[in-house]
Design a protein around this ligand. Structure first.
Ligand code: CP
Ligand code: NVA
Length: 305
């Protein structure tokens, strides 16, 4: 079998993604009832390359490998030869000789693709400037746990048309739900990604209209990693796009609110929104662990159930 990578949600079929969601739920329930007794990765190693900061992604991948009986290596680009100009392809070939899979958080999605093209072990996108597919596995898993099958439902993205927004668009395609996207002018998601999603995606400008009757509302920071110098301008441009309890009141009565975190209270969300029972962000963060276990297991062992 040729090596499988997970650079975007489009690298897996819709059936494979649905399998991963159910498998993540199974793995989570098993951990809760039996403890970390399932150890399919004895002596296996995941290399984790970080060129950007992380809390959830690092901890979830590292814990996933430990609980599965394997090992994770944290590689900061500052401390490796990658940070001193060793070519991406050379690094990929070297790591392929030693580890079983590689996880990368970086800036350039093209750089990630270059790495994957030279790698003979699975490569996982742990966030680029363009996509964050691992987060969507946890998000769809959380939505499914809370409200059942997501097919045909309506999610709303409020805020920046960023890497998370792009992955929500791919999720709408793959999991077959409707996605309304509401960004200020000048901050729309990439047109090619929107167009590829066809009638599953609608662009709107008014947050109140966008959330009307919606099953799920989600947002993200206004300035992503690498955009820190734009913070002040973005705070001005995104005024009126804050998600508040009052905005959620316009959605469906059983709406759930997700945020990939870290959150900036008082900016993209009201200061108290994460305390609202409609917000399930801690469950969502925890599901990174279970969904990524399902992903690593799938990439290394194929479907096991
Ligand atoms: N949501 C997410 O990816 O969080 P970290 O940046 O902390 O990994
Ligand atoms: N859009 C954010 C997501 C962080 C998990 C960023 O790229 O910084």
């Amino acid at each position: 079998m040729s090596v499988r990578h997970f650079l975007t949600l489009l690298d897996l079929s819709a059936d494979e993604l649905s399998y991963l969601i159910q498998r993540g739920i199974t793995i989570k329930n098993r951990l809760k009832t039996q403890g970390p007794t399932y150890t399919p990765f004895s002596n296996r190693t995941l290399a984790m390359i970080f060129e950007k900061s992380s809390t959830r992604t690092r901890v979830s991948f590292e814990t996933a490998m430990a609980q599965f009986g394997g090992h994770a290596l944290f590689l900061s680009s500052r401390d490796t030869q990658l940070g001193r100009g060793e070519p991406i392809g050379d690094t990929a070939r070297v790591l392929s000789e030693m580890v079983d899979a590689v996880m990368i958080r970086t800036f350039s999605h093209a750089g990630l693709e270059e790495f994957a093209a030279a790698s003979s072990v699975p490569v996982i996108n742990a966030l680029t400037d363009d996509y964050h597919p691992c987060q969507l596995l946890a998000d769809v898993m959380t939505w499914t746990e809370c409200r059942g099958p997501v097919q045909g439902k309506t999610a709303v993205w409020i805020g920046d048309g960023n890497n998370m927004c792009h992955s929500w668009i791919n999720a709408a395609r793959q999991f077959d739900f409707q996605l309304r996207i509401c960004c200020p002018e000048g901050y729309d998601p990439r047109q090619d990604i929107v167009e590829a999603a066809g009638d599953r995606v609608t662009l709107l400008r008014d947050p109140a209209e966008a959330v009307s009757g919606a099953d799920l509302v989600t947002t993200d920071v206004w300035a992503s990693m690498g955009q820190e110098e734009e913070q002040a301008k973005r705070e001005r441009d995104f005024a009126g796009f804050q998600v508040t309890e009052a905005l959620l009141d316009r959605a469906a009565e059983d709406v759930v609110f997700l945020h990939c975190l870290p959150a900036h209270r008082g900016e993209e969300i009201s200061t108290t929104l994460l305390d609202d029972p409609r917000a399930v962000v801690w469950q969502e963060a925890g599901n990174r662990l279970h969904a990524q276990k399902a992903l690593i297991e799938f990439l290394l062992l194929g479907q096991v159930a």
